[in-house]
Write a protein that binds this ligand. Structure first.
Ligand code: RIB
Ligand code: CA
Length: 314
């Protein structure tokens, strides 16, 4: 039976690679793409998500428009320096033809989880603003969601937007606090894993060889992204952060995880830091009580790398 998933996304180049992987895999039933600000403004996220559905022949998959800025504080400055002015490596792809689902991202999440209680996995791969909004719309959501597997945070690896914080959490730390405090099965796929998995031109060529349309698009948009990640580096390579959430859903046995209490800093200096205290190691509150998240620390890199290439070639 295929896994029902909702991908909450800010496409974004690594988001695109992840979304095509989900579309390609027969093991996923993508109920919808709910968009959020982050890499790019939310209206661009939504247009880019519609483009991905059109390229993959999945125009029946609903796409929704979500939150445009974090719960508190200044609007995002976005990550055009990483993903390009258009979010797709400045390849000037024509605008999407499709239309958005009229519901907000948060409302769509609530509707789908209530339509399929116990069956839906939420896969946030952008800031957690929509997920927190869905929790406020329906406080019973945690009891009806199968699991949350998010790309975000870091337990021990350095941050990628400041020394201690990862971009998705940093973009909306208050929303992240709400999400980590909810009583649901949550797995955090952070930089401890996603920053160690590196992908070069051979990998991109293999995706294109496997699927000239989807792999070819990922190859094309990733050139800008490779340039960013390769600045001052000996190797020309990049990181596909988001897709590893999907690899975890399919093969959790490939991962080493640790149960941790995760708290999120909202201080200006350490904004977005995910402080992870292993269960049983706390000596005072809030570290001696739950809820606890599964924090992914290691993965079998060869198996994951081969999985991406195999699924793109299906
Ligand atoms: O820190 C990496 C995360 O931030 C990824 O989800 C990437 O797409 C950006 O949203
Ligand atoms: Ca993302």
């Amino acid at each position: 039976m295929s896994e029902k998933i909702i991908i909450d996304t800010d496409p974004g180049i690594d988001d695109a690679m992840a979304i095509f992987f989900a579309f390609q895999s027969p093991k996923f039933d993508v109920l919808g793409l709910t968009t959020v600000f982050g890499n790019v403004p939310v209206d661009m996220s939504a247009n880019n998500a519609l483009i991905l559905c059109e390229l993959a022949g999945k125009t029946d998959v609903p796409v929704t428009l979500g939150m445009s800025r974090p719960w508190f504080g200044r609007p995002s400055t976005y990550a055009h320096f990483v993903h390009g002015n258009d979010g797709f490596g400045d390849i000037n792809h024509p605008p999407a033809k499709g239309k958005l689902d009229p519901r907000s991202s948060a409302q769509f999440i609530v509707d789908m989880v209530n339509q399929y209680p116990g069956e839906v996995s939420l896969v946030p791969i952008g800031p957690l603003t929509n997920i927190a909004a869905a929790l406020r719309l329906d406080p019973t959501l945690p009891s009806k969601v199968k699991q949350v597997v998010l790309m975000g945070g870091t337990a021990r690896a350095p941050g990628n937007v400041n020394p201690v914080a990862e971009a998705n959490i940093w973009n909306d730390p208050y929303a992240a606090q709400i999400v980590f405090a909810a009583e649901w099965p949550l797995t955090m796929i952070g930089l401890d894993i996603t920053d160690t998995l590196r992908f070069n031109q051979d990998f991109l060529d293999a995706l294109e060889q496997g699927n000239s349309v989807l792999g070819g698009f990922v190859n094309k948009i990733s050139q800008f992204y490779m340039d960013f990640y390769s600045q001052g580096q000996a190797q020309r390579e990049c990181r596909f952060h988001d897709v590893i959430t999907l690899a975890y859903i399919l093969h959790p046995e490939w991962f080493e995880v640790e149960q941790c209490k995760v708290m999120v800093s909202t201080d200006e200096l350490t904004r977005g830091q995910t402080v992870c205290c292993p269960k049983g190691k706390g000596i005072s509150e809030p570290w001696t009580s739950g809820p606890y998240a599964n924090v992914a620390l290691k993965v079998d890199e060869d198996k994951v790398n081969q999985l991406y290439k195999t699924v793109y070639a299906l």
